[in-house]
Design a protein around this ligand. Structure first.
Ligand code: ATP
Length: 330
């Protein structure tokens, strides 16, 4: 039996994970769901934002479904998300972005963004001196090789045609230059996929004006973080973007959005990103049939006109999920 660690976290994390759990229970009643604490609630209970027991459960389960955490201004705060990404070696961040709603007056988008998840500016080394602060940005050959190889493998698996390397090698000649060199080297051995590259600033513009020019995008950590939110905006908003953090042994799936304290507790958060993250997780643990069933139910719910509050519709988290479950025959 597959075992899944469930970490709702804070704010709307609780609400949207609750919706995704209802969908998982309906589509895959055989999997075991084990809840644990992370974020503010974990701190209140265990004096840790990521208790060791939670991390151990994540290590021993087949995968994890995570909601969101609210950051703290406490000077001793360390992000539990960055900690689990590092501890579990989740080096690849996978963010598929696809338009589901025809009502959105934006160009159609269907892109897979593969973001390096373990280094770059998220290395979190900042040195303070009398004049200011220097932030260390780490780009290693191994880091570049494994993220490019991951993108190639994923593109093939998903029957995609091209990969675009997004960088700023004209300014960051050594670090982004290394990333671009590795991309070209690895793509030379992948003749079945077309290799493209684009500077990050113009890539941001094309994502908004002409997203159809991208198929799979591979990029460094901060660029990927920003571009995937831009892409989510084109698809309809943050409530639509699922993501997967994937490593050689472990994986964590989550919505790309945060804990949204401004709407927490109101029942209006869009649960789509988290339900689709749960579908990505099912795929990852070998339950592709169930994953497709969930995706079809979500897209069918939108195409039959049931829109969530963030799109100007009337459905809150619960009633939208009711419709998804209905379409699954649950
Ligand atoms: P983080 O730093 O954790 O990424 P953030 O400050 O970028 O968080 P989010 O929590 O992602 O913020 O929210 C950004 C905005 O998007 C907020 O106004 C929020 O209400 C909205 N938002 C985020 N997720 C959803 C959702 N699932 N449904 C509706 N609106 C959302």
């Amino acid at each position: 039996m597959k075992r899944i660690c469930v970490l709702p976290g804070d704010g709307i994390g609780l609400e949207v994970v609750g919706c995704a759990v209802r969908v998982l229970e309906a589509v895959a009643p055989g999997i075991e769901l084990l809840h644990a604490d992370i974020g503010q609630s974990a701190f209140a209970e265990h004096r840790s934002y990521l208790p060791e027991d939670t991390l151990e459960l994540m290590r021993t389960c087949d995968s994890t479904l995570f909601g969101a955490v609210t950051s703290s201004s406490d000077p001793g705060y360390t992000s539990p998300v960055l900690t689990f990404r590092k501890s579990l070696d989740l080096y690849a961040n996978l963010r598929p972005v696809k338009s589901l709603v025809r009502a959105v007056p934006k160009p159609a988008i269907d892109i897979i963004i593969v973001r390096e998840n373990s280094e770059g500016l998220y290395h979190q080394e900042e040195a303070v001196d009398v004049e200011g602060v220097t932030t260390h940005r780490r780009v290693t050959r191994r880091g570049c090789e494994r993220i490019v190889d991951f993108a190639i493998g994923h593109a093939r698996e998903r029957k995609r045609h091209d990969i675009c390397c997004v960088h700023k090698a004209n300014v960051l000649r050594r670090s982004d230059g290394l990333f671009l060199d590795v991309f070209r080297e690895r793509m030379a051995n992948a003749p079945d996929l077309a290799a493209k590259d684009q500077l990050v600033d113009s890539a941001a513009m094309f994502l908004v004006t002409d997203p159809r020019r991208f198929d799979v995008m591979v990029t460094l950590n901060l660029y990927g973080d920003i571009l995937s939110d831009v892409a989510a905006g084109v698809a309809g908003g943050l409530g639509f973007a699922p993501s997967g953090n994937i490593g050689p042994e472990h994986s964590v799936f989550e919505p790309a959005h945060g804990s949204a304290p401004d709407i927490a507790g109101k029942g209006i958060a869009n649960p789509t990103a988290t339900i689709l993250a749960a579908a990505m997780m099912l795929d990852h643990i070998g339950m592709s049939r169930e994953a497709r069933e969930v995706e079809a139910a979500v897209s069918g719910t939108y195409s039959s006109g049931h829109l969530t509050v963030d799109l100007g519709g009337r459905h809150g988290s619960g009633s939208f999920t009711d419709h998804v479950l209905q379409r699954m025959g649950a």
